[in-house]
Design a protein around this ligand. Structure first.
Ligand code: FES
Length: 256
C-alpha cells in the first residue's frame, strides 16, 4: 500500500450521480479490480477519517470512482472539489479479484451499487479473451450500469425490482439459467445473496468447490493496513481483518 496524490482530471454527472476520473499513475499500476482506495475528503483533518472507494475503472494512468448522492459529508466535499485538485490517497487495500487461469467463461453477478465495482474486472476479463456474462440487480433502471460502458463482447442481463429495465425481480431467478454456463463466478452483493448463490451452486454441482466463486466483502476501512482492527469480522473460519484477508474472498470462506 502506498500514500500518493491523485489529481481530479474530469467529472461526469448522470442525474445525481458523479463519476470522478483521477490521475494517479503510481497507484493505478498497483491496483487490481476489487481492491479499495482510501481517500482524504477535506483539506485538513476534517473529516478525519478517509472514505473508502472501490474503483469502477482502472487505467494505466489513473482510476475512476463513483459518487452516488448521499448524506455523507466527505463524499459531499468530493462532489464539490474543483478539477485539478490533488487528493491524498492510500491504496491499494487488500486483495482483489483474480481471473482463474483454468476458466474460460466468467459469470459476474452484481447487486445494487456494488455491481459497479465489477466493471474493472469485466473489462479486464473481456480484454483477455474470456467469455463474460454480467448480470445485475438494481432497484431501478437509473441505478444500473449503462450497456455502453461494457465491452461489446459482454453478455448483459439486468433485473430491476420495479421492472423498469430487463427482467422484473432480483438476480435469483437468473441463476438456474446462467450458472450451468459458467466456469467461474465473481460476485459483488450482500450476505443474503451470497447464501442463495452458495445454495444454487450446490444444487447444480452437488457441492460448492473452493476456487469456483469469488465474492467481494464490501465494507469501509479505517486504516486499511491491519492496524486498527475495525474491519475484523468472523469469516474464513475465524476472526479476520478484511483489509488484509479480503475484501475479495473465496465464496466458501465467506459462507464458513
Ligand atoms: S481497517 Fe484497520 S485493521 Fe482493517
Amino acid at each position: 500500500m502506498i500514500q500518493t496524490g491523485a489529481e481530479i482530471e474530469a467529472r461526469e454527472t448522470s442525474g445525481a450521480v458523479q463519476i470522478l476520473h483521477l490521475r494517479a499513475p503510481e497507484l493505478a499500476t498497483r491496483l487490481s479490480p476489487g481492491q479499495a482506495v482510501l481517500i482524504q475528503t477535506g483539506w485538513g483533518y476534517d473529516p478525519y477519517l478517509r472514505r473508502t472507494f472501490y474503483p469502477i475503472a482502472i487505467q494505466e494512468a489513473g482510476f475512476s470512482i463513483r459518487l452516488p448522492l448521499d448524506g455523507d459529508r466527505g463524499r459531499a466535499w468530493l462532489r464539490l472539489a474543483r478539477l485539478g485538485a490533488r487528493l491524498d490517497c492510500l491504496g491499494p487495500v487488500g486483495r482483489g479479484f483474480a481471473l482463474p487461469p483454468h476458466a474460460r467463461r466468467i459469470l459476474c453477478l452484481g447487486q445494487g451499487d456494488a455491481a459497479w465495482t465489477l466493471l474493472p474486472l469485466v473489462r479486464q476479463a473481456a480484454s483477455q479473451g474470456y467469455a463474460v456474462t454480467l448480470a445485475t440487480e438494481t432497484a431501478t433502471r437509473r441505478q444500473s450500469i449503462p450497456a455502453a460502458m461494457l465491452p461489446i463482447s459482454v453478455e448483459y442481463h439486468i433485473a430491476t425490482t420495479d421492472g423498469s429495465a430487463g427482467r422484473k425481480g432480483d438476480l435469483r431467478a437468473l441463476l438456474p439459467e446462467l450458472l450451468p454456463w459458467a466456469d467461474a463466478v465473481i460476485a459483488a452483493a450482500d450476505m443474503a445473496f451470497y447464501r442463495q448463490l452458495g445454495r444454487a451452486i450446490e444444487e447444480m454441482r452437488v457441492l460448492l468447490p473452493k476456487g469456483y466463486a469469488q465474492a467481494l466483502y464490501q465494507m469501509d476501512f479505517l486504516c486499511g493496513a491491519g492496524a486498527c482492527q475495525a474491519c475484523a469480522v468472523d469469516i474464513a473460519g475465524g476472526r479476520r481483518r478484511v483489509c488484509l484477508r479480503g475484501p475479495v474472498f473465496d465464496l466458501v470462506d465467506i459462507l464458513r
